[in-house]
Design a protein around this ligand. Structure first.
Ligand SMILES: Nc1ncnc2c1ncn2[C@@H]1O[C@H](COP(=O)(O)OP(=O)(O)OP(=O)(O)O)[C@@H](O)[C@H]1O
Ligand SMILES: O=C(O)[C@H](O)COP(=O)(O)O
Length: 397
């Protein structure tokens, strides 16, 4: 790819190669429930290992806020990575210091080692130069293969590229090329669907997105914040009430940009967040005070499919409901199947992205029918906005 050094340019035999990967995979009770992100970085790891590098993987998992926390340990992910690669992946209980250094000293050429969650240190998210230095002490070269974390200017995604010879991994290359091909000059009308749960980290992105798309369909937890901003009582639903002013501003920006905002008209509500919890379909203005919206309702699905039917290009990040627990997967599955059918019929270019979004498309059995499925969620939306991603910019230096 233009402007980058890639693995074709790297002499890695016998070298300690620090490889930033995104192993922030959907998991439950220590088991990986969707291995797509691991499968996507496997070719880079395998290539480096085959070329005789000591492959040292750096990754984050969840948001442990700079403190060690067993819930966010990467130890179980080392096992899942080993299964995908079909070779052993050792694990070190810290990403810097003695624990990392001694595990690396024990490596032979071709070995693969995963270091513990970089976000167990405050210096990671602060991109603290001392923490960058401590990470860099373990490597001769740096490879960034985490496109889906490239919107973060963190020590392991950005800082390292400034202090070590830096290269783009195969997935980083492939993601950028595929997004440019699918969405570089999107055919109009462009419809975006944004759902999911990361409301505070994604809502700001919608301000620019409404200037780029013809319609923005909002579902999942994100929709609740918009409904609340409009004065709808969403009961106990996942909702970030303090972001209501941002949501209102986005609706104003959308109106002036000529972008239609499509919010749910009905919802599936339950009193508990668990599989097969007793539930009912209600209009969004009739959510019980003790109820939670866990999916958009069937009328909303019809509306969403109408918009997908009008689109020439679909951009999708974030499931429409809590798709991991039945029956709250219904809307996501129905819309995914319809988008896949439109794509197969040659009527739609469909590009979806996000860790859970990929899992949801796999759950619906249609991931292979989309035009392109990115591993990236937030990074994908920022790329769509036209923003420069710090992790990508650092590689281009
Ligand atoms: N109405 C809802 N209430 C609670 N959780 C919801 C609701 N709708 C969707 N979700 C949850 O949203 C989560 C996915 O959101 P998220 O924003 O992380 O998407 P993503 O595709 O993984 O993107 P990224 O890669 O940026 O994390 C799922 O775990 C799903 O259960
Ligand atoms: O899941 C993601 O989108 C990436 O792994 C980045 O995670 P973050 O939103 O916690 O930075």
């Amino acid at each position: 790819m233009a402007g980058f050094r890639t693995l074709d340019d790297a002499d890695v035999a016998g070298k300690r190669v620090l490889v930033r990967v995104d192993l922030n995979v959907p998991a439950k009770d220590g088991e990986v429930t969707d291995a797509t992100r691991i499968e996507r970085v496997a070719p880079t790891i395998a290539e480096l290992s085959d070329k005789g590098a000591k492959v040292i993987l750096l990754a984050h998992f969840g948001r442990p806020k700079g403190e060690p926390n067993a819930e966010y340990s990467l130890a179980p992910i080392a096992k899942a990575t080993s299964t995908v690669l079909g070779k052993p992946v050792a694990f070190a209980p810290d990403c810097i210091g003695d624990a990392a250094a001694s595990a690396i000293a024990a490596m032979k050429d071709g070995d693969v080692l995963l270091l513990e969650n970089t976000r167990f240190h405050k210096g990671e998210e602060k991109n603290d130069p001392d923490f960058v230095k401590a990470l860099a002490a373990n490597g001769d070269l740096y490879v960034n293969d985490a496109f889906s974390a490239a919107h973060r200017a963190h020590a392991s995604t950005e800082g390292l590229a400034r202090v070590l010879p830096a290269y783009a991994g195969r997935t980083m290359q492939a993601e950028l090329e595929a997004l440019e091909k699918g969405l570089g000059k999107p055919v109009k009308p462009v419809v975006a669907i944004v759902g999911g749960a990361k409301v505070s980290t994604k809502i700001d992105l919608l301000t620019n997105l409404v200037k780029k798309v013809d319609a923005l369909v909002i579902g999942g937890g994100m929709a609740n914040t918009f409904l609340a901003a409009r004065g709808t009582d969403v009961g106990k639903s996942l909702c970030e009430h303090d972001l209501a002013p941002t949501a209102k501003q986005i609706m104003i920006e959308a109106a002036s940009a000529g972008c239609a905002i499509v919010l749910p008209s009905d919802a599936v509500v339950a009193k508990e967040f668990k599989a097969n919890a007793a539930n009912e379909v209600v209009a969004v203005d009739a959510v019980p005070a003790d109820g939670m919206i866990l999916d958009v309702g069937p009328k909303t699905v019809e509306t969403i499919n109408h918009w997908i039917g009008r689109a020439a290009t679909l951009v999708w990040n974030g499931p429409l409901g809590a798709f991991e627990i039945a029956p709250f997967d219904a809307a996501t599955v129905a819309a995914a199947k319809f988008a896949a059918a439109q794509t197969k019929a040659g009527k739609l270019v469909s590009v979806a992205g996000g860790g859970d979004t990929v899992a949801a498309l796999n759950h619906a059995g249609v991931a292979d029918d989309f035009t392109y499925v990115s591993t990236a969620g937030g990074a994908f939306l920022e790329w769509m906005e036209g923003k420069e991603l710090p992790g990508v910019v650092a590689l281009s230096r």
